[in-house]
Design a binder for this molecule. Structure first.
Ligand code: ADP
Length: 791
């Protein structure tokens, strides 16, 4: 229907128009002024306007101009109706104001009606056209929408991800085939149940919370969760994401979602993180058992519900670590290992893995298989209680060597091992193997270092010779005993470095070797092993000498004792004879022999006694001030009583002031007696023996010079050693115990003095004894002064 707007300020005119146009059967609208006409145009769709030209305020032309200015009404045809403005100018104004026609009063109703009818028809045609265009547009749009929907479905179906859409309330309304395949559910079931039945129970709470939040706010939804794959029942990690499509007012029209499988990526990240942690744990100890315990701990619960580590120790497989998510079951697992150890030739399990170096993987172990594996009911019970759902066992290796095996068992958690798990376990075992090997190497090197430290501190020489006869080790003691530096022998052939060593049989023995131009006696013992021999040796030169000397002493002393005893025995026997009559002087001589030899015997025994007292530190000295000259005179006088004819004995006391000496008089007399005895004894060819006494600063020197056998330079200090004799075999027929000079030196030392020997001018030697003067002693030697004062 087309509205016809009639505009005239006079109601009678309107009425007239109404009468003319009513038969057209179209709705008629009325306006009594230009303003009202404009208002009507705002409110209604108008097909044609009949506009009176003469109107107060806004006239017809002004009204038409305003109508033409408005976008919505500019095309509405206007027919001017007028009684007066018939002149050209007026008509022209009307047309320029936008009129389509001009009707003059009085008008022919027929003509007016037909004119309006034409415009009505035009309007209706236009309307029809517009409607048709709209319809067409609508149809195109629907088609377009259908196409785009189809396109995005195609797109969705082509995606590798699970794609879905949901209603604003979160209800699923589309899921791509990929998702349906993954869950093996018909669309209707998935829509009905939503995600709840396919999400891992542990991830469900978080999913619902975040989804509700997204639905409430229209914000993007994102969450990592595990979705159950129907094919193998495993839960795979997915990233579930959804964004809302919103309308003009911001209201949510639809949710577009995608679930992307990030399982492998997440596993790889987790594995990487796990291996990094494992690295830290493995490096934390250098004790290999703790290292393996750390591995077992690390694997639970990350990889397994329980683990067991078995290690080859002395060719036997031993369980060294067990870890279980439930600490109470550790004992159970240990009991299983104890009671039902796998046979070394088993065709599966740790022994098999260790033998072959190949991993084992059992993705699913069902009840039937379990029963097959168990040896008896108890075994089955234990295994059942521990739980065995999925299992893998990997070799613990280092540099191609199998050290043991690690078993991983999935039980309570319901997880199933797959190839990725096996790869991770193998990598863990490989790293653990290296850590174990490092720990073992460290222990060995620590032991070696300890052994080396011990070797360096032992007093015995120790060295190692390899099977090629090359010295490989030479300790400090070996250096100091032999004088051969380490770098001069290690790496060299032993027989070149140590000539004479080839005589060593390897058993414990004592033998002489020429070292550094000196003869050294070594006690040697050697132990051979696969790669060579280790020798230990000790310098026993001194012990050997002492032993030698002791043997000499026994011979000497027994000879020394026997000689006077024989003389005493012979004299006594003769005196005792009654078959002959002895003359008085013979009797006297025999008695003198007995007295002299008894004295000699007593001297020997005394010497032995004094020497042993000196050794034990039990010989005290009573230091006092003695007259040196008087002492020397007394000693010489006594010697003269039994002086052989061949010897001339002279005493030479300093003419100047001779200070008293600070000495134990009896002991100093013994020293001088001995020196004088020796001078006589070792002058078998006779000659002069001179005793000189001189002051030398704070000291007094007693020198006993002879023209006898003399002492070679090399032996000058040694003759003061205990039992040391220049001529132990008595080639000169001069006996002695080798104790006299030793005793002399020790006594002189205790008096704070010195004793030494020098060659005499010409043959013979000069023995000098230096004793502090009594006055000097008072100044410097306080303890001695005290000894003097107490006397
Ligand atoms: P002995 O009982 O053998 O004389 P000593 O201790 O008195 O013991 O002397 C040790 C050694 O020193 C003697 O065996 C001797 O070889 C040597 N000796 C000591 N005094 C003299 C000396 N005046 N002249 C040469 N050799 C001496």
């Amino acid at each position: 229907m087309a509205n016809i707007l009639l505009v005239d300020d006079r109601p009678e005119n309107l009425l007239a128009l109404e009468g003319i146009l009513e038969p057209l059967g179209q709705p008629l609208l009325y306006a009594h002024s230009g303003d009202e006409a404009l208002r009507q145009l705002l409110r209604h769709e108008i097909a044609v306007i009949l506009l009176d030209v003469q109107m107060p305020e806004l006239d017809g032309f002004e009204t038409a101009t305003l109508i033409k200015q408005r976008e919505r009404t500019r095309h509405v045809p206007i027919i001017f109706v007028t009684a007066i403005s018939k002149d050209e100018e007026q008509v022209f104004r009307g047309y320029s104001a936008g009129a389509v026609d001009y009707v003059f009063k009085p008008f022919n109703p027929q003509i007016l009606r037909s004119k309006v009818a034409v415009f009505i028809e035009l309007h209706e045609k236009n309307e029809q056209l517009r409607r048709q265009a709209e319809l067409l547009k609508e149809q195109e749009l629907t088609e377009l929408r259908r196409e785009s929907e189809e396109r995005y479905r195609f797109l969705a179906e082509a995606q590798p991800d699970q794609i879905w859409t949901a209603q604003p309330n979160g209800e699923l309304d589309y899921v791509n085939q990929r998702a349906l395949d993954y869950f093996e559910l018909p669309f209707s079931r998935l829509v009905e149940q939503g995600w709840t039945t396919v999400v891992h129970p542990e991830d469900l709470g978080r999913m619902l919370e975040r989804w509700q939040h997204a639905l409430a706010t229209g914000q993007q939804y994102e969450n990592a969760l595990r979705l159950r794959r129907a094919a193998d029942g495993s839960f795979r990690w997915h990233l579930m994401r959804a964004v809302a499509m919103t309308g003009r007012g911001g209201e949510v029209l639809k949710w577009f979602g995608a679930n992307t499988d990030i399982h492998d990526q997440k596993r790889a990240e987790e594995a990487q993180r796990f291996l990094v942690e494992a690295g830290a744990a493995l490096a934390s100890s250098l004790d290999y058992r703790s290292t393996l315990a750390a591995v077992a701990k690390l694997a639970v619960p990350r990889i397994a519900d329980w683990t067991r580590v078995d290690v080859l120790e002395a060719d036997r497989l031993r369980t060294v670590a067990v870890e279980h998510v439930d600490p109470h079951k550790v004992e159970l697992a240990l009991e299983l290992a104890r009671r039902y150890p796998e046979r070394p030739d088993a065709q599966q399990g740790p022994p098999h893995v260790v033998r072959t170096g190949e991993s084992e993987l059992a993705i699913e172990i069902d009840e039937e298989r379990l029963a097959e594996l168990a040896t008896d009911d108890l075994h089955l019970g234990l295994v059942r209680e521990l739980g065995f759902q999925s299992y893998m066992c990997v070799p613990l290796t280092a540099h191609g060597r199998v050290l043991g095996a690690i078993s991983f068992v999935a039980a309570e958690s319901g997880r199933r091992y797959g190839p990725e798990d096996l790869a991770l376990a193998e990598e863990l075992a490989r790293r653990a193997g290296i850590a174990v090997e490092n720990a073992q190497l460290y222990r060995e090197s620590e032991e070696r270092a300890q052994a080396a430290r011990v070797l360096e501190t032992v007093a015995d020489g120790v060295f190692l010779v390899d099977d090629a006869g090359v010295v490989r080790l030479w300790n400090s003691a070996a250096e100091s005993i032999t004088g051969i530096r380490r770098n001069g022998i290690v790496g060299h052939a032993l027989e070149e470095a140590l000539p004479g060593w080839e005589r060593v049989t390897g058993r414990s023995e004592t033998l002489p070797l020429e070292l550094d131009g000196r003869e050294r006696w070594l006690w040697v013992s050697g132990v051979s092993f696969d790669d060579g021999t280790v020798y230990a040796f000790r310098d026993v030169t001194e012990d050997h000498k002492l032993e030698h000397i002791r043997q000499d002493l026994v011979a000497t002393v027994s000879h020394e004792l026997r000689t006077p005893l024989a003389a005493i025995y012979g004299s006594a026997l003769t005196l005792n004879r009654d078959d002959i009559v002895l003359e008085q002087d013979i009797r006297t001589r025999l008695l003198n022999v007995i007295v002299d030899e008894s004295t000699r015997l007593a001297t020997i025994v005394d010497d032995l006694l004094v020497a042993s007292q000196l050794d034990a530190g039990r010989l005290d000295a009573r230091i006092e001030s003695c007259d040196a000259a008087a002492l020397a005179e007394s000693v010489v006088r006594a010697a003269r009583t039994h002086l052989p004819d061949r010897i001339r004995l002279e005493l030479d006391v300093s003419s100047g002031r001779l200070p008293p000496v600070a000495a134990d008089e009896a002991q100093l007399r013994q020293v001088l007696d001995n020196l004088l005895d020796n001078a006589v004894k070792y002058s078998p060819g006779g000659g002069e023996v001179r005793v000189a006494v001189r002051a030398a600063g704070d000291l007094v020197r007693f020198a006993v010079a002879d023209g006898g056998l003399g002492v070679p330079a090399a032996e000058r200090s040694r003759i003061f050693e205990k039992f040391y004799r220049l001529d132990p075999d008595m080639t000169h027929g001069i006996g002695g115990t080798g104790l006299g000079l030793y005793i002399a030196r020790e006594l002189v030392r205790r008096m704070g003095g010195r004793i030494w020997v020098e060659p005499n001018d010409g043959p013979g030697s000069v023995f000098t004894v230096e004793i502090p003067a009594a006055s000097g002693v008072e100044k410097e030697r306080k303890p001695r002064k005290k000894a003097v004062a107490t006397r």
